[in-house]
Design a binder for this molecule. Structure first.
Ligand code: SAH
Length: 395
């Protein structure tokens, strides 16, 4: 097996179990194709673990799959088994589960979600690409899935010069799978939907919000397939409005209302660009508003522009509230951390001239574990605010 030797004094992150090796830390590595497993050694020749090699000219040059002297193939199998055992022990009241969460399960770049027994596989680097068939067989024997659908797409694949790959690799996955999140039935458009079909990472927040919804009028901005709206209606909301630009996502809301036994009159779908929609409204006369945009910063270099976009969006929402309004505002940009997000939202409130108290923060979904040694894995953040106009009186 080829070696990757770190520069003197650059072994500390690896000793601290960070999974990513950047090219600047590397003294030399043998010529090997992307996806190969290499021994990672300190400058003194100590074995620190094993890593999947990326392309030689990449800044993120390798990703650790094992630490210390453990055999990497054994370590990978063990990490997969540990990930699966964890999901069982979590006892979550849902059959939409993330079974493998990449770096959070010490399996960099590997995502496996399960929707009522149908697996969706997402591979984002060459290491897994090489082991794809092996991985498929392992998932079949360990999970006994009904089917496996592959959705290996996204920017990190491009960086590894891997073509996107999507399609059925085992059994048959229905276009739309129905899952039970608690006692709410959700439709998951696996083939044509976003991500692997559902934003499983917001499960706990949907539950949280549901408990706050009784008697409320709810606006769900960037609703996707209406998960928050359905949770709110289940919690007794009077009325919910879902706004998204995706026709496919919105088209699934009506049948889900029916499936859950909700009166269609309690919901309205609006297909629109949310940024323009908000600006076009004179007032947003709602009790509860959800603002859950897509990642506005895709890379660290977009951090400042994204912070501004979050600020502007939230300010425009806050400016239009008509009474004491609960706002659940979220960011799934890894580059915008908790601290920056709080600063941005407080600046938005100042500019909108509203008072705001934080009454809740993001509750992460435990099937999306974050490695203690790789806090960057914690990308999703939310603030639940009670906000009211500075000049306003009690309603
Ligand atoms: N809250 C959702 C997930 C939202 S994901 C849930 O819990 O399921 C972000 C959504 O924003 C996607 O559905 C995407 O279609 C939508 N979107 C992205 N840009 C948009 C825009 N400019 N206007 C409206 N919707 C947009």
């Amino acid at each position: 097996m080829k070696k990757l030797i770190l520069k003197a004094g650059r072994d500390r992150p690896i000793r601290q179990r960070q999974p990513w090796i950047f090219s600047g830390a590397i003294e030399k590595f043998g010529r090997e194709e992307a996806g190969s497993t290499v021994r990672v050694e300190s400058s003194e020749g100590e074995l620190l673990g094993h890593a999947f090699l990326s392309l030689p000219n990449k800044s993120l040059a390798a990703r650790m799959v094992s630490f210390g002297t453990q055999d990497p193939d054994e370590a990978i199998v063990e990490s997969i088994k540990r990930a699966l055992v964890l999901r069982k022990s979590l006892n979550l009241d849902s059959d939409a589960l993330r079974l493998i969460n990449g770096e959070g399960d010490y399996l960099p770049g590997l995502i496996v979600d399960s929707y009522a027994g149908h697996l969706v596989l997402q591979i984002s680097n060459a290491g897994w690409e090489k082991r794809r068939e092996w991985l498929k067989d392992l998932l079949i024997s360990e999970c006994q899935p009904l089917s496996i659908y592959e959705k290996s797409v996204g920017p990190s694949r491009k960086e590894e010069r891997l073509e996107d790959r999507e399609g059925q690799i085992y059994g048959e996955t229905p276009e739309v799978v129905t899952v039970n999140e608690g006692d709410v039935k959700l439709y998951v458009p696996i083939h044509k939907g976003q991500k692997t079909g559902l934003f499983i990472d917001q499960r706990e927040m949907r539950g949280f919000l549901r408990n706050l919804s009784s008697g409320k009028k709810v606006l769900n901005l960037f609703s996707y397939t209406g998960g928050f709206s359905l949770a709110a209606l289940k919690g007794g909301a009077n009325f919910a409005v879902s706004v998204d630009r995706s026709e496919l996502a919105l088209s699934l809301i009506e049948p889900q209302l029916e499936e859950n036994g909700f009166d269609q009159k309690r919901h309205q779908s609006i297909q629109a660009d949310v940024f323009s929609y908000v600006r076009e409204q004179k007032k947003l006369d709602f009790d509860l508003i959800i603002v859950d945009p897509p990642a506005l910063a895709k890379h660290a270099k977009d951090r400042v522009a994204a912070a501004r976009a979050y600020k502007d969006l939230n300010r425009e929402v806050m400016r239009r509230i008509t009474k004491e309004t609960m706002i659940l505002t979220c960011s799934c940009s890894a580059a915008v951390d908790d601290k920056l997000f709080s600063q941005v939202i407080s600046q938005a409130a100042l500019e909108a001239n509203v008072m705001a108290k934080v009454v809740g923060r993001h509750q992460m979904a435990p099937d999306h574990p974050v490695s203690l040694f790789h806090p960057q894995g914690s990308y999703l953040k939310s603030l639940l605010l009670i906000s009211f106009d500075l000049a306003g009186k009690m309603d």
